[in-house]
Design a protein around this ligand. Structure first.
Ligand SMILES: *Cc1c(COP(=O)(O)O)cnc(C)c1O
Length: 453
């Protein structure tokens, strides 16, 4: 991991409000504060704070398990086939030009063919737009929906980029809950309760980052019916659809496009473990042509006209990359993730302050409930993660970064040995901060009798 640490560790500090002597009254320009609100809800700010707590004095290597990018670890390297596809494009000289704003046609056709494998209401190449990663799809769609007073419904917990971009676009954010006791299903009555005549869309992340669940056919159908009733579109983020290691069957939201219009966001970043290639897509599942009548397609295309294009090299390789993908392509990665998950869940049995309520079926995270009542001097999830960083050089993500106070997220998309080390440190940390009651002494004694201390 040392080799690639420059990719994972922050090099840029955000809080550099240093005193300076300049008299700025003579200058007419100022930094815009437009992004301040938006950036305050991103994970980066919290991760910087946690990294700042870590120090070489601890004498242990820093374990960054707050955010995840498996691609920095050699064991998750993408297939030679995908790499060859890129090399071939470069050697052919066919990736050197600007492409159209919507993406080059072969790439759009390749995405249409790929998503159509699982759909009855097929999409055409024309319904697909290529973006700079899935994130640009989020940006462009939210920007296209923004108008005065409009609001959007986002899940809690969520992938923070949605809220950041909604705020930046001037869209009001309203949150509905994902229910831990119901395997993270969407609180459907809650959606109806928070929506009104200015609600324009709701976001479904499936497979779900950060909860790791995969929604059932019946549940997604209910979501579509609710969207229909409210007159809103469903934006579904399926960037993790090739990262499923449990037995749940993935059902694309586009299956229900005859009930309500669906925008599917996807990409190769997570499935193929190549987030640095920056390719994603927007697919419009809309057999009734509602996006056209409402001007949505036009708005999205106009937005794409004025943002950077996805790199032509990777677009040109997309037919080869997507066309040849099958279960085998993702099998090794998914089985490593499954093994890592089992490892963590097994070790957590001895660390009852972090409880896994439901083993994830997908994605690269484990979301655990923090049992504060077992701990002596920990205030909340942020305090837990700050002290853990300071004492153990171990960085986990406090749930508050995702809108879930007193939960903690552990990345499992790393090398197994890192998880072994991390869980050992967590165990020591837990024992040091355990509330000293007769019961806990008895429990500790029991575990040491079992040779686990
Ligand atoms: C990682 C991620 C993205 C961003 O994907 P890129 O292709 O890297 O831009 C979007 N949505 C979710 C839910 C993600 O986890």
């Amino acid at each position: 991991m040392d080799r690639n640490s420059y990719l994972l560790l922050p090099t840029l500090q955000t809080e550099t409000q240093t005193q300076d002597e300049n008299d700025i009254s003579v200058w007419r320009f100022r930094g815009s504060d437009n992004a301040t609100k938006a950036s305050s809800v991103t994970m980066r700010v919290i991760c910087f704070k946690l990294f700042a707590e870590c120090s070489p004095d601890v004498g242990k290597v820093l374990l960054p398990l707050a955010h995840g990018d498996p691609s920095v670890y050699p064991c998750y390297r993408t297939s030679i086939h995908a790499e060859d596809a890129i090399v071939d494009v470069i050697r052919s000289g066919k990736g050197n030009s600007y492409g159209p704003a919507a993406g080059i046609l072969p790439a759009r056709q390749a995405v249409a063919d790929y998503v159509n494998r699982d759909l009855t209401n097929k999409v055409k190449a024309n319904d697909v737009l290529i973006t700079v990663g899935c994130n640009q799809g989020i940006e462009v769609v939210l920007q296209s929906l923004a108008r005065p007073n409009a609001n959007i419904l986002l899940p809690r917990p969520s992938f923070p980029h949605y809220e950041a971009r909604a705020l930046f676009s001037g869209l009001e954010v309203r949150k509905f809950d994902l229910l831990p006791e119901k395997e993270w299903e969407i609180d459907i009555p809650g959606i109806e309760a928070i929506s009104d005549e200015n609600t324009v869309a709701m976001v479904v992340i499936n497979p779900n980052n950060p909860c790791g669940n995969v929604y059932s056919y019946d549940h997604l159908k209910k979501v579509a019916e609710t969207a229909r009733k409210l007159g809103i579109m469903v934006i579904t983020d399926e960037v993790y659809c090739e990262t499923i290691f449990g037995d749940k069957q993935f059902v694309p939201m586009g299956t229900f496009s005859s009930i309500a219009p669906i925008i599917t966001l996807g990409g190769i970043s997570k499935g193929w473990v190549v987030p640095g290639w920056r390719i994603g897509w927007i697919a419009m599942n809309d057999p009734k042509g509602i996006f056209k009548s409402t001007g949505m397609i036009q708005s999205i295309q106009q937005n794409l006209d004025i943002v950077p294009d996805a790199t032509t090299i990777v677009q040109a390789a997309l037919p080869e990359i997507l066309g040849k993908a099958n279960k085998e392509t993702f099998a090794k990665k998914n089985s490593m993730l499954k093994q890592n998950l089992e490892l963590v869940c097994d070790r957590l049995k001895d660390i009852p302050c972090l409880v896994c309520k439901k083993k994830p079926d997908s994605c690269t995270y484990l979301l655990t409930k923090l049992e504060l009542s077992l701990l002596e001097d920990i205030e909340d999830d942020m305090d837990f993660c700050m002290k853990l960083a300071k004492e153990e050089n171990l960085v986990l993500l406090p749930g508050v970064a995702l809108g879930m106070e007193n939960w903690v997220r552990i990345t499992i998309g790393v090398e197994a040995q890192m998880l072994e080390d991390a869980l050992e440190r967590l165990n020591g940390f837990y024992k040091r901060h355990l509330k000293k009651t007769e019961f806990s002494f008895a429990a500790l004694k029991l575990s040491s009798d079992n040779g686990k201390m």
